[in-house]
Design a protein around this ligand. Structure first.
Ligand SMILES: Cc1cc2nc3c(=O)[nH]c(=O)nc-3n(C[C@H](O)[C@H](O)[C@H](O)COP(=O)(O)O)c2cc1C
Length: 304
């Protein structure tokens, strides 16, 4: 038996696997098919102050080695989440609950952080800053270091919970964004969110997605994710959570050996709802064969 426990600042996890936001619902959606408590933590579907209906269909399209989605951040809103979704999540034993959230203004991010921190059973917050700032002409918070710093600072003022900031890969230099959110008070960084992309339905000569453009995820983005995680690890002192294209135990271990304290699994949940259990078994076998008694002695052992 290999000790797979890990720690992201103050957040202790029984294992390093986190269900990536938007790919695991609020948990119950997967409970008919899989042991949801296999995960060390679940990052729930991105929440906003009020419920959101999302984009027109089709919202998902398969692409070579990945998928594009344009869900449009559909969610039940924080109030319904607290009243109807937390009951299930509070009963997952040691599996921690991470509330992923977003807003359209700096103030909305602050209010979300405050309201989510008041919900019993939420262990950490994850800010999705890949959203447009409606008061700044729609420029995404996560692509401008000044806006990113401002919005993270506002959330920081409104929560005492561990604050994970999820970075967008749609930037020229990820190091600049990582440093900006570290300075603004983030406790940890997760990356990467989806890369913007588009698919064409040639025979109809129309966009394949109702929203025209969407976010690319899955194995196609893993090399981009590894590079950005590596650059971030070298740019900041904060704990880093790696994600993007993890499909199996070896993929997860690649991010962990770079120095990530934990990893998230997204698109792979759509391929197989029991991915987490399979990844854990593979990781344990690999680490055991390498003579490791714990994951912590493996994390950060990558050498250039
Ligand atoms: C259908 C779908 C919905 C998503 N919704 C969210 C979301 O609400 N909030 C968020 O921060 N990321 C969201 N993401 C991004 C994922 O959490 C993750 O960052 C991305 O898919 C890369 O990981 P993967 O390659 O393992 O899927 C979503 C991804 C997909 C595929």
């Amino acid at each position: 038996m290999v000790d797979l426990s890990t720690r992201i600042g103050a957040l202790e996890l029984k294992n390093p696997l986190i269900a990536a936001s938007g790919t695991y619902g609020y948990g119950p959606e997967f409970s008919r098919f899989a042991d949801v408590s296999a995960y060390g933590a679940i990052s729930v579907k991105g929440l906003s102050l009020n419920p959101k209906v999302g984009n027109p269909m089709p919202r998902i399209v398969e692409t070579p080695a990945g998928m594009l989605n344009a869900i449009g951040l559909e969610n039940v809103g924080i109030e319904v989440f607290a009243a109807e979704k937390m009951g299930f999540l509070r009963n997952l034993g040691e599996t921690k609950v991470i509330a992923n959230f977003f807003g359209n203004t700096v103030e909305e991010y602050g209010l979300c952080a405050k309201k989510l921190s008041e919900i019993e059973g939420v262990h950490a917050l994850e800010m999705n800053i890949s959203c447009p700032n409606v008061k700044a002409g729609g420029i995404a918070f996560g692509t401008d270091p000044v806006l990113a710093g401002e919005v993270v600072g506002e959330a920081r003022k409104n929560t005492a919970l561990p604050l994970i900031v999820k970075l967008s890969p749609n930037v020229t230099d990820i190091k600049v964004m990582a440093r900006a959110v570290e300075t603004a008070g983030a406790d940890a960084i997760s990356l990467i969110n989806t890369l913007t992309g588009m698919a064409v339905d040639l025979d109809r000569r129309k966009p394949a997605l109702g929203n025209v453009t969407g976010g690319l995820s899955g194995p196609a983005i893993k090399p981009v994710a590894l590079k950005m995680v590596w650059e971030t690890l070298n740019a900041v002192k904060l704990p880093v959570i790696g994600l993007g294209g993890i499909m199996n135990g070896r993929d997860a271990l690649e991010f962990l050996c770079l120095g990530a304290k934990a990893v998230q699994i997204g698109t792979a949940n759509f391929v197989s709802p029991v991915t987490a259990s399979a990844v854990l078994a593979e990781m344990e076998n690999y680490l055991g064969a390498q003579g490791c008694e714990s994951l912590s002695e493996f994390i950060g052992t990558f050498k250039v």
